[in-house]
Design a protein around this ligand. Structure first.
Ligand SMILES: [Fe+2]
Ligand SMILES: [Fe+2]
Length: 295
């Protein structure tokens, strides 16, 4: 595995040169550089990111899913108390200017991640980690050329290869910015496109950390529910959930998380252990509705 361009921190410090094979030694050297760099964590509450975060709950696509159980206030309470590294706040603010859609995507994923985290036992998911993973899993996209991310036509093999470096890029950046207690967040960035049957990327692994397993289904849901440069129309909620169910049936995504999302999308919020699911696709997808999994 290697990068296609030199990787710098937001302050212009060179972390890894392009074409350098990313070995555990390289990751360790990035961590050591990060340890030398002094940074402070500040509560998200006092940032513009939190102001933007609160607006996510007005998103019409997810109105039903954000209804209780777990209220907007409970979710915002967790997000406001999250202490984030100042450098990462800087990174996210830059992303807001350069990649507004990816920035919004991160806020949505964070909101759902916190909601799911609160629905499950607090021993299973640490609230800080779960929200941090949501806010930062795609941070590597900030180093992918915008022209590739916004390209409307089909990507070439080379361009696709470049996009596929965003998980490792995010992993390296987070190894630099985060301290030891947040390793799960750098892993979520590295593995959020991995799948439980080994069909994902970059490594094709099957053992996936529980935080990443929580992030991936939400990540796919929002990718489908959003218009993309190459796809002018978004999937409907129903079609998106059908897709997720298929992925869970094929042992690619966590079944529990997918079923929880399906339950949240229903008005009556049924118990996932007794919930009835029709496997019939109610909606035929228009031909042009494609989904590029590597994003
Ligand atoms: Fe991604
Ligand atoms: Fe994502």
């Amino acid at each position: 595995m290697h990068l296609t361009q030199d990787l710098y921190t937001i302050y212009g410090e060179l972390l890894v040169k392009k074409d350098q094979e990313i070995t555990p030694i390289i990751v360790k050297s990035v961590r050591t550089m990060g340890e030398r760099h002094k940074d402070v964590r500040v509560p998200l509450e006092n940032t513009d990111i939190f102001t933007d975060f609160e607006k996510v709950f007005n998103d019409k696509r997810y109105i039903t899913m954000f209804k209780p159980p777990i209220s907007k206030n409970e979710i915002c309470n967790v997000a406001s108390k999250l202490k984030m590294e100042n450098d990462l706040i800087f990174e996210l603010n830059t992303m807001k200017n350069n990649l507004p859609y990816t920035y919004l995507h991160l806020l949505i994923i964070a909101a759902f991640a916190i909601k799911l985290g609160l629905l499950y036992d607090s021993k299973k998911y640490n609230r800080e980690i779960v929200s941090h993973c949501g806010f930062t899993h795609d941070i590597g996209k900030t180093r992918i050329p915008i022209s590739i991310l916004n390209k409307e036509k089909k990507l070439t093999k080379e361009e696709r290869f470049i996009i596929e470096t965003h998980p490792i890029t995010g992993y390296l950046l987070l190894n630099y910015y985060l301290k030891r207690d947040r390793r799960d967040c750098s892993l979520a960035s590295l593995d959020h496109h991995e799948r439980l049957d080994g069909s994902g990327y970059p490594k094709g692994i099957k053992r996936i950390n529980r935080y990443t397993q929580l992030i991936s289904p939400i990540d796919v849901l929002d990718a489908l529910m959003t218009k993309r440069p190459y796809r002018k129309q978004a999937y409907s909620l129903r079609a998106s959930l059908d897709y997720l169910l298929k992925e869970a049936d094929s042992h690619r995504l966590s079944k529990n998380i997918v079923l929880t999302l399906v339950s949240l999308a229903r008005k009556e919020k049924p118990d996932i252990r007794t919930m009835k699911i029709s496997r019939k696709l109610r909606e035929r997808l228009p031909e042009e509705l494609t989904y590029e999994k590597y994003l």
